[in-house]
Design a protein around this ligand. Structure first.
Ligand code: GLP
Length: 242
C-alpha cells in the first residue's frame, strides 16, 4: 500500500483528484468505481473544476458506484444517485448510459445484484476504484465479517453505520436498514484502488488498519492483499497511528 500523507482535507482532495484525472488522461475510456460519503466531495469538486476549465472530458468514461440504499429511488434526495448528480454527474460530460448505480427500488434484489456484478465484469472490471472507510472499517457497505469472496449483494446495515449516516437524514427512522453494495471480491478485482481517509473520527480505525493484520473484522484490511492501493490520508486521520 502506497501511503500519501496530506496536510489537510483540501490537499487530500487535490491529490486524489489529480490521480483520477491522470487515470482518465492515460486511458480515456477508463472504468471508474466511485464512492459517496463526505470524504470524496472535495475530490469531486476539484474534478468538476478541471472539467469546467476544459482540462478533461468524461465522454468515454464508464462509472460504477459502490453502493445504494435499498428503498430509495434515484430521485430521492438522500439516494446515492442524487448525491452523484449533485457532486459530479450534473457538471461533467459523461453520457447517462455510462453511469451505473444499483437500483435501490429494484423489485428483485437478487437479480439486481447479479446484473450489477455482471455489468462490471463485462466492462472489463474497474480501472480505478475510489473508496472511503467507515469508522468500523467498512468499505462500500461491506460491514465487518463480510466474506472476502463476496460479490455485489444485499446487506443489512449495522446500527452504528445507520447512526453515522443519520446526519444526511431528518431522523434515524428515515435511514434505510438495507443497502446494495459491491462485494469485497468486486472491489479487489479493481486494477488500482484509491482509498481516501480524512479526519480525527477515522484515527482509531486507521491505527487498527495499519497496525493489525488482515482480518474480516476490519473489511478495509483486505486492501493489504491488493498489489496496487494508494492511500491518501490527512494528518488528523493519522493522529492515533504510531
Ligand atoms: C458510507 C458509504 C461508504 C463511505 C462511508 C464513509 O457508509 N457507504 O462508501 O466510505 O460511508 O463515509 P464518510 O466519507 O462520510 O466518512
Amino acid at each position: 500500500m502506497k501511503i500519501i500523507e496530506a496536510k489537510d482535507y483540501d490537499e487530500l482532495s487535490k491529490i486524489a483528484g489529480d490521480i483520477v484525472l491522470a487515470q482518465i488522461r492515460e486511458k480515456h475510456n477508463s472504468v471508474l468505481g466511485l464512492a459517496t460519503g463526505s470524504t470524496p466531495i472535495g475530490m469531486y469538486e476539484y474534478i468538476v473544476e478541471a472539467h469546467k476549465k476544459g482540462d478533461i472530458s468524461f465522454a468515454a468514461v464508464t462509472t460504477f458506484n459502490l453502493d445504494e440504499y435499498v428503498g430509495l429511488d434515484g430521485e430521492h434526495p438522500n439516494s446515492y444517485s442524487t448525491y452523484m448528480d449533485t457532486y459530479l454527474f450534473d457538471h461533467i460530460d459523461i453520457p447517462k448510459a455510462n453511469m451505473h448505480i444499483p437500483n435501490g427500488v429494484a423489485l428483485d434484489a437478487e437479480a439486481e445484484c447479479t446484473q450489477y456484478e455482471a455489468k462490471i465484469v463485462q466492462s472489463g472490471d474497474i480501472d480505478l476504484q475510489v473508496l472511503g472507510i467507515g469508522i468500523d472499517g467498512h468499505i462500500g457497505f461491506n460491514e465487518p465479517f463480510t466474506p472476502f469472496t463476496s460479490k455485489t449483494h444485499l446487506v443489512q446495515l449495522h446500527e452504528t453505520t445507520r447512526e453515522v449516516n443519520q446526519r444526511f437524514f431528518d431522523s434515524l427512522d428515515e435511514v434505510p436498514t438495507h443497502a446494495y453494495t459491491m462485494g469485497i471480491d468486486t472491489i479487489m478485482r479493481s486494477k488500482h484502488i484509491l482509498l481516501l481517509i480524512s479526519g480525527s473520527s477515522k484515527a482509531e480505525i486507521v491505527a487498527r488498519l495499519l497496525n493489525e493484520s488482515v482480518t474480516e473484522e476490519i473489511p478495509a484490511s483486505v486492501l493489504k492483499n491488493h498489489p496496487h492501493v494508494t492511500l491518501v490520508i490527512d494528518r488528523d486521520a493519522l493522529s492515533k497511528t504510531k
